[in-house]
Design a protein around this ligand. Structure first.
Ligand SMILES: [Fe+2]
Ligand SMILES: [Fe+2]
Length: 194
């Protein structure tokens, strides 16, 4: 483990409940399991994994303060969905506290709950691992992890569709970024950045 990785891991550990930190540990383990090293940078995945939920237990007031000062840029739709704020907050921390400049890593963290078109393989891996880590209650998570090893894009598309289906089934409107992500994947994810 690199020094930076250890610092981010400890930062998350200090700020999260034991239960949520155990989820973060399983996400990192899942990233190791599913990422074909030839296609995805495992060190980048690990940084994104440790970072992704580090702000999940921070106060909404702190986030609103960052917004008010222009430290974080947020589209109107996401402003109205506070459950999605922690990804943007964590990316801000990754950049400001830990000096991470890779947009692949920062976007992976920012968009881990919804996905987003043009997401890098790191972003896709985090999106899939966050959903399919073995502590999740869904019965099909092992299947998704197996699929991801051979076809990360296909697994990301399945996860995206499942998330959309889940929200619609509960009368909630999925974020437009999730629909755009699914469309981008369906079109063959033509231009991944990495
Ligand atoms: Fe999250
Ligand atoms: Fe998570």
């Amino acid at each position: 483990m690199t020094e930076l990785e250890e610092r981010i891991m400890n930062y998350s550990k200090d700020r999260l409940s034991a239960k949520r930190f155990a989820h973060v540990e399983r996400v990192v383990a899942t990233l190791e399991e599913i990422c074909p090293p030839a296609e995805v940078s495992l060190p980048d995945c690990r940084l994104a994994g440790w970072l992704h939920d580090c702000a999940k237990e921070e106060s909404k007031e702190m986030f609103l303060d960052l917004l008010a000062h222009g430290s974080i840029d947020l589209d109107e739709e996401t402003r109205n969905q506070p459950n999605l704020w922690h990804g943007f907050h964590a990316a801000f921390i990754g950049n400001q506290v830990f000096g991470i400049e890779s947009e692949d890593i920062l976007d992976a963290v920012r968009f881990h709950p919804t996905g987003a078109p043009n997401l890098s393989p790191v972003g896709m891996a985090l999106f899939v691992a966050d959903y399919s880590e073995p502590g999740r209650p869904m019965s099909w998570t092992r299947e998704i992890r197996e699929q991801a090893k051979a076809d990360l894009f296909g697994a990301a598309l399945r996860v995206c569709r499942e998330k959309i289906r889940y929200l619609l089934g509960r009368g909630r409107e999925p974020h437009s970024r999730s629909f755009a992500f699914a469309e981008w994947l369906e079109a063959g994810a033509p231009s991944p950045r990495a």
